[in-house]
Design a protein around this ligand. Structure first.
Ligand code: ADP
Length: 432
């Protein structure tokens, strides 16, 4: 029993102890009066405190001024402390929940929590962006009313969440999402959404690349095998044999070029950033002109122009290979009698190396795809010209490594201009 309760009992006993002698020595009614007055006073006292407690319980504010009288003081004190602890716990819990929501919002993965009826309980901003949801208005809506793609609806209905669902966005973007559903708190579901667009694209590129390489190598290999079989089975005269051997040599040269270009691509892909050597552009342009003339065999006019104002910083072998590819293409895709112009000049943004030709030109729709591996406008023509379809891919990659951009302008039947635009940071020396 607490001290306050003992005190209340003692006060009740006190009124009995005072009433008894008064009743005995004065008069019975006087004793009863004293006893009733004592009880009445106690009742008023308890009623006052009870009324205070009643008022407080309707609006339990944490008020340090909340005090009871006598035995009630301890009760009020304990209630006050209890209410204060409760408020602190609630506020701590609120802080934790807020931090948890902030963490969910900060996730780069989308998160959507669904209730038992697949209605949205919560979704973070990443999920809003990925699925086109609006957290405020969509809360409480069934998810399948908002994400209506049949494969998604079927996935949720099937309830087999062992594997994630790969969903291609139907909202006018080429986004690919991987949706993983995790059951939680009984039958509730938590959707975890990853944007796998990039890895999906890389995966597709890798598959296409392997298929392309196989195809590109298989064609000359099949031709080579065919010739070999003919040579083995049919008795050919010497001239015919020579003709076949020449054709076989041509096919093996083609395979060699493909393999060589593939090796070049893979070596620049895995190479460290290019060196910062100063490349003497005057002599490089001269060499490119001579190589172009050798390839042309006198069928074209090759012109080289340089303002002689600057050199370039970078890896000389890589730049020679990239620029050489552009010159070779210009020669190969320009009919006899045409002109190929090689230029090197300072520009407002930095410097520009360009190769311009009066060749067959390229239709606008092909231009954005020219630097893809094995992309060719006219497969037969490229093959006849000894092309591998990898030249411009190598050029683009090498230029990227030198922070340069490849600008392609072309008109069918008029000619093309391939320009490598270098930033000022790559200029080695500007002469006066
Ligand atoms: P390829 O080995 O086939 O020449 P590239 O990657 O060098 O491969 O070029 C890709 C395609 O771009 C070529 O097949 C050709 O169709 C086109 N092309 C490149 N350069 C020129 C050019 N100067 N004029 C016209 N078409 C060109």
């Amino acid at each position: 029993m607490s001290a306050q309760v003992i005190r209340a009992v003692l006060l009740a006993l006190l009124s009995i102890f005072i009433a008894l002698p008064v009743g005995y020595f004065v008069a019975h009614w006087a004793g009863w009066s004293v006893f009733c007055a004592g009880l009445g006073l106690q009742m008023i006292f308890h009623f006052r405190n009870f009324a205070r407690l009643d008022r407080w319980s309707h609006r339990p504010v944490v008020d340090a001024g909340l005090e009871g009288e006598g035995a009630w003081d301890g009760i009020f004190g304990r209630l006050y402390r209890h209410e204060k602890d409760l408020r602190t716990q609630i506020s701590d819990r609120d802080d934790q929940i807020e931090r948890l929501f902030a963490a969910l919002q900060a996730l780069t993965d989308g998160v959507v929590a669904l209730d038992l009826n697949q209605q949205i309980v919560y979704c973070n901003t990443t999920a809003e962006d990925q699925l086109g949801l609006v957290s405020e208005s969509d809360r409480g809506q069934p998810i399948v009313n908002l994400v209506r793609q049949p494969e998604f609806v079927a996935y949720l209905d099937a309830g087999d969440f062992e594997r994630p669902l790969t969903l291609r966005s139907d909202r006018g973007t080429d986004r690919v999402l991987s949706i993983h559903v995790v059951p939680y708190a009984g039958d509730r579901r938590l959707m975890q959404i990853k944007d796998v667009t990039q890895s999906d694209r890389l995966d597709r590129m890798r598959r296409d690349f392997v298929a392309n390489v196989s195809h590109e190598l298989r064609t000359p290999l099949t031709v080579l095998a065919g010739f070999l079989e003919t040579l083995q089975e049919i008795d050919l005269d010497r001239d015919e044999q020579h003709r076949y051997l020449d054709m076989m040599a041509e096919q093996s040269k083609r395979m060699e070029s493909i393999v060589q270009d593939l090796l070049t691509l893979s070596s620049i892909e895995s190479a460290p950033p290019p060196s910062n050597d100063v490349v003497d552009m005057g002599s490089l342009i001269d060499k490119l002109r001579r190589d172009g003339e050798a390839l042309s065999g006198g069928r074209h006019t090759i012109v080289a122009e340089t303002d002689g104002l600057c050199d370039l910083r970078g890896s000389e072998p890589e730049l020679v290979s990239a620029f050489g590819n552009l010159v070779a293409n210009a020669v190969r895709y320009t009919p006899a009698g045409g002109t190929v112009r090689i230029e090197w000049k300072v520009t407002a943004q930095g410097a520009e190396f360009a190769v311009e030709d009066t060749g067959i030109g390229i239709e606008a729709k092909h231009i954005p795809r020219l630097t893809e591996r094995f992309y060719r406008v006219d497969r037969g023509r490229s093959r006849d010209a000894g092309g591998t379809g990898l030249g411009l891919a190598i050029v683009k990659h090498s230029l990227n490594r030198h922070q340069a951009l490849l600008d392609i302008r072309s008109l069918p039947g008029v000619g093309s201009r391939f320009a490598a635009k270098f930033p000022a940071s790559r200029i080695a020396r500007v002469q006066g």
